[in-house]
Design a protein. Structure first.
Length: 412
């Protein structure tokens, strides 16, 4: 799952993710430079649609340490998005598909069809009262190279398919110019596997979280903050002969959010996180916790982004309590002209398998390069390449993989 986190960090597909998933398809956002797309449907309502087609080459499809098998794939990615903005209300609803067909795989599934549905709602009820809600459902699968091959599942068995749903809500109290703003957030995420239940039932999990953040606005562009977040992760099914993997965490963070100039912005939060376990044999522990994102645009057409943080993840191994991911990213986006945009990035993910008897640690480094060229206001060409290398303290888990892709996207 590290590659999914890497794809998110690459800013080609920004967002938090499950840090050990492996994806062999390109992670491009598919957006045209300047994003000149959309159709006016009604007052305040705008719709956009796009469809992309690309070919991809992977040098190590199964992500194995030796005897790497290359693959070629055909990727189709249609998406739709509806957005509406009114006086006090904004909302959007989107959906997308990702269909992939591999042409030279002689073991296991040769393709898949994943889907995603998401929505967002913002309501400025009163000057001091703001509400927002987020929803997303993903119909996905565990690809080869991580859980499937690591757990000894035969390559010729059907994919482990799942549905993952996340919902969250936020309430913010305080006027924009007030000295203090308070934000309360609560959310739930759950994943349920739908195939191969004999092997996957114990992977189902759900996570609740609730948090409170206080913002101290020292100026119109700078705010200090203090934050407390509680999370509770449980598994629907435990593995016979192994202790419970359920765990809870408490995060205590302080930091600063700023928009110093039109060219620089950032959000830095640092503190501690405490973990406790239902497994009485696993002692509670605490560690450094942080989350930071800084953007610097020395030129209007050139932007540097630095991200780093700590993120916990539900375990996919019966003898591991959870996975602790510590990550970092450096990204440079440059627009050479109205038509041509490029991105260069490097990311590192350090994953510690908490509770593993062999104290396992995986390290994943990824280098990526992508270019988008605006052929017409609606047609965009995309090309990219990446190299990933995982080094693990556990024998047989190292691998290297090179991906190259080229495609075209139509935006309406």
């Amino acid at each position: 799952m590290q590659k999914m986190l890497v794809a998110s960090l690459m800013l080609f597909s920004v967002g938090a993710a499950q840090a050990q998933d492996v994806g062999n398809t390109p992670s491009s956002s598919g957006l045209a430079p300047n994003d000149a797309v959309g159709v006016h449907l009604a007052p305040g309502l705008r719709g956009t649609a796009s469809v992309g087609f690309s070919t991809i080459y992977n040098s190590n499809y199964y992500l194995t340490q030796s005897d790497a098998k290359p693959s070629f794939g055909l990727v189709l990615t249609p998406n739709v998005l509806f957005q509406r903005e009114m006086d006090k209300v904004k909302y959007e609803v989107g959906a997308g598909l990702e269909g992939v067909k591999y042409t030279d795989i002689n073991q296991g599934p040769t393709g898949y069809l994943d889907a995603m549905v998401n929505g967002k709602f913002d309501w400025a009820a009163l000057t001091r009262h703001n509400f927002s809600f987020d929803y997303n459902t993903r119909f996905g699968h565990d690809p080869f190279g991580s859980e499937r091959t690591e757990l000894g599942i035969p390559l010729n068995q059907g994919l482990d398919k799942w549905i993952q749903t996340g919902v969250s809500g936020r309430y913010r109290f305080g006027a924009p110019g007030a000295l203090i703003n308070l934000e309360t957030e609560a959310g739930w995420t759950g994943r349920s596997y739908k195939t191969n239940r004999t092997e996957t039932a114990y992977l189902d999990f759900r996570t609740w979280n609730v948090g409170e953040t206080a913002f101290f606005n020292v100026s119109s562009k700078t705010a200090f903050l203090a934050e407390v977040i509680h999370s509770d992760t449980t598994y629907n099914t435990e593995v016979s002969g192994f202790p419970s993997r359920d765990y809870k965490s408490m995060q205590y963070l302080v930091g600063m959010h700023w928009l110093a100039t039109g060219a620089t912005s950032g959000d830095v939060r640092v503190g501690r996180v405490n973990y406790t376990f239902d497994n009485s044999a696993q002692s509670p522990f605490s560690s450094l916790d942080w989350n930071a994102k800084i953007k610097w645009a020395p030129l209007v057409y050139s932007t540097f982004t630095i991200q780093t943080g700590e993120q916990s993840q539900a375990s996919y191994l019966a003898n591991v309590q959870f996975l602790q991911n510590r990550y970092g990213l450096i990204d440079w986006t440059h627009e050479f002209s109205y038509q041509l945009r490029s991105r260069v990035s490097y990311s590192h993910v350090n994953t510690t398998f908490i509770g593993a008897p062999d104290n396992r640690v995986d390290r994943l480094d990824t280098f990526a390069l992508e270019a988008n060229y605006l052929l017409t206001p609606r047609w965009t060409g995309t090309a990219g390449t990446s190299y990933s290398r995982r080094n693990s303290t556990e024998d047989g888990r190292n691998y290297g993989d090179t991906s190259v892709y080229i495609g075209i996207r139509y935006n309406r």
